[in-house]
Design a protein around this ligand. Structure first.
Ligand code: GSH
Length: 205
């Protein structure tokens, strides 16, 4: 196995890949990129990721992007069945759903709020988009709350890669300063996730 390399910017989606690698106990290298808004890593990085976004993963000659796909690649190739239920488990379908929910469903709404509140100049902001995004986020988080029920993690059987996917998006919500949408139940879940040694380590990188 060649050593995996993760292209990383602090507090970004590359944390998903690093967090997963830590949980799996796999060796990896981190290449920290310069934070240039709209052009992470500068021109040299465009050869690795044509959109200059993170994460990107290198495994020998293979280069790929998309944080959830990277997680699936690492788990399928090197994960020895950890952090996901078996395909014949009743939890496998829900697991896949929540693994993708973090990026495909939740993140776009949060990114909307991020642009509204941080990246756009005041004259570019739209109050109606902000109100719409807040309502959507509440709805999407209420489904998460239902799923959590009274267990610590998304799946009743325990911590899985789905928690890494959703957990990162909860950080994104905080960075977007959309904390008003976070209910006490979701906050409790966030505290459980961030108490893990793996999170503590990668969140410092
Ligand atoms: N769907 C992609 C999103 C990648 C993405 O937008 N990454 C952000 C960091 S969290 C980024 O690189 N932003 C820089 C930019 O948009 O210029 C994934 O999950 O990897």
């Amino acid at each position: 196995m060649s050593k995996l390399k993760v292209y990383h910017v602090g507090r970004s989606r590359s944390l998903r890949a690093l967090w997963l690698l830590e949980e799996l106990g796999l060796p990896y290298d981190v290449e920290k990129l310069e934070f240039l808004p709209g052009n992470f890593g500068g021109d040299a990085y465009t050869k690795i990721h044509p959109l200059n976004k993170v994460p990107a993963l290198e495994d020998g000659e293979m280069v790929m992007s998309e944080s959830i796909a990277i997680m699936q690649y690492i788990m399928n190739k090197y994960g020895a069945g950890h952090l996901r239920p078996e395909t014949d488990s009743p939890e496998y379908g829900p697991y896949l759903q929540w693994l993708h929910y973090g990026e495909s469903s939740l993140a776009p709404i949060v990114v909307n709020l991020m642009y509204q509140r941080h990246f756009f100049k005041p004259e570019q902001r739209s109050e109606s988009i902000d109100i719409w995004a807040q309502k959507e986020l509440s709805k999407y988080l209420s489904i998460l709350e239902d799923q959590l029920g009274d267990h610590d993690y998304i799946l009743e059987s325990g911590f899985s890669a789905a928690d890494i996917s959703i957990g990162y998006t909860l950080l994104l919500i905080r960075l977007a300063q959309a904390k008003e949408q976070i209910t006490p139940r979701i906050e409790k879940y966030w505290k459980t996730l961030t108490a893990r040694d793996s999170w503590k380590k990668v969140s410092e990188i």
